[in-house]
Ligand binder design. Structure first.
Ligand SMILES: [Zn+2]
Length: 206
């Protein structure tokens, strides 16, 4: 998100906080006292989760944009990764609808870069603050993009550790459209469009 909050940015935060019972005002995209109070409550709850473990700046910034339940699980996952000797960061977390649309346009409509998503704004769990992508790095700090069997194996090894730990997360490596960096809170089989309706109405969805 940019430095200056747009109405859409404020609306996004209001929805996210309302779904968690932190915001009790109307979903109007206007930053008022009730939004300010929700922001403070969210900050306090987020700070309490830091006792699980703290990480690099990029990861911390990504965690800060997640639903509080996702913040907790993401910290537990990263702590588990660290304990098991992985150099892991969160390289992508929450995306607003506008950010998702910009990503969708990459590699399409004559735009440069590889196609990295099939989802438009409102069609990805990244848009509801319950999904994040892990980047793994080797001992020299080189990013493992997952372009070789060896690199993919590292992502699978991490996922096996996560599964063995009992941490309740869905992993993109289990999907038909395989996405090994991707983790998300379980959505109980609810479709993305159903989650979207709940999110936009400010109702609980996880
Ligand atoms: Zn993802």
């Amino acid at each position: 998100m940019g430095q200056k909050l747009t109405r859409e940015d404020v609306l996004f935060s209001q929805r996210l906080w309302k779904c968690q019972g932190l915001y009790r005002g109307v979903l109007d995209g206007q930053w008022g006292p009730k939004t300010e109070s929700a922001a403070r409550e969210a900050d306090l709850a987020a700070a309490a989760l830091r006792k699980i473990g703290t990480f690099d700046g990029r990861t911390e910034a990504a965690i800060a944009g997640l639903h509080l339940l996702a913040q907790e699980r993401a910290r537990r996952l990263l702590d588990l990764a660290r304990t098991n000797g992985f150099a892991a960061k969160i390289i992508s977390g929450t995306r607003t609808y506008a950010e998702q649309n910009a990503l969708y346009r990459q590699g399409r409509f004559g735009n440069p870069g590889p196609r990295v998503t099939k989802a438009r704004g409102g069609q990805s769990n990244h848009n509801f603050a319950i999904a994040w992508d892990i980047g793994l790095f080797d001992s020299a700090g080189r990013y493992l993009a997952g372009n070789s069997d060896e690199e993919l194996a590292e992502y699978r090894r991490l996922a096996a550790n996560v599964r063995a730990s009992g941490l309740e997360l869905e992993w993109g490596g289990d999907w038909k459209f395989v996405d090994v960096p991707h983790y998300q809170l379980p959505t109980g089989g609810r479709s993305v469009s159903e989650t979207r309706k709940l999110f936009e109405a400010g109702l609980p969805y996880v």
